[in-house]
Design a protein around this ligand. Structure first.
Ligand code: SF4
Ligand code: SF4
Length: 176
């Protein structure tokens, strides 16, 4: 069984350079993500959260379609994966499963979104020091809600479906 095949919706909206790589534009990005998972050997159940009728229709269309992917299609999806990994430092989906378990009550997805902006800017400029301003908005938070308030207990990582090493990002932001 595979959960979050569309990565909490992240794969439903692709950057233009990734979208261009999709071969059949009649299949949505979410449809491609589902087809990729259904194509994996040993996968018999794919669980994808849906909040709108359109998403249910999209998912059933993907389930009804031919799942087997050609070598060319797979290689294009791999290329998209490489691009996305370069663009997104921390693949947080914003599910908030971590938040209820943070003893400090930190808004973890919000903090990670600032961290991604910082890393994205640093990659674009080729210098982390020039990207520090992307973290300035965190200064508006109360001290006890800033990354430095993280006590490194690791409870968030235990509850994160993506297994993100959240304490390390908090440490880095705190140091910056
Ligand atoms: S490691 Fe930090 S962010 Fe994670 S639950 Fe503990 S205090 Fe919260
Ligand atoms: S549980 Fe993981 S993916 Fe979900 S919001 Fe928290 S850090 Fe992001």
């Amino acid at each position: 069984m595979v959960m979050e095949p569309v990565h909490g919706g992240m794969l439903a909206v692709l950057p233009e350079d990734c979208r261009q790589l999709l071969q059949d534009k009649n299949i949505s990005p979410a449809g491609w993500a589902l087809r990729f998972v259904m194509n994996l050997p040993g996968v018999s159940v794919t669980l994808s959260g849906m909040s709108e009728t359109g998403q249910a229709e999209e998912n059933t269309a993907a389930a009804d379609s031919e799942h087997s992917l050609t070598r060319k299609e797979l290689s294009r999806l791999e290329r998209i994966s490489e691009i996305l990994h370069k663009k997104i430092a921390v693949p947080c989906t914003g599910c908030r499963y971590c938040c209820d378990n943070c003893p400090q009550g930190l808004d973890i997805p919000f903090l990670l979104s600032a961290y991604n902006d910082y890393r994205d800017e640093a990659a674009a400029l080729g210098d982390k020091n020039l990207a520090v301003w992307r973290l300035f908005r965190l200064k508006a938070l109360a001290k006890e809600k800033q990354p430095s308030a993280c006590i490194g207990c690791g409870s968030c990582t235990e509850h994160c479906p993506q297994g993100l090493d959240i304490p390390s990002y908090m440490r880095e932001m705190s140091a910056v």
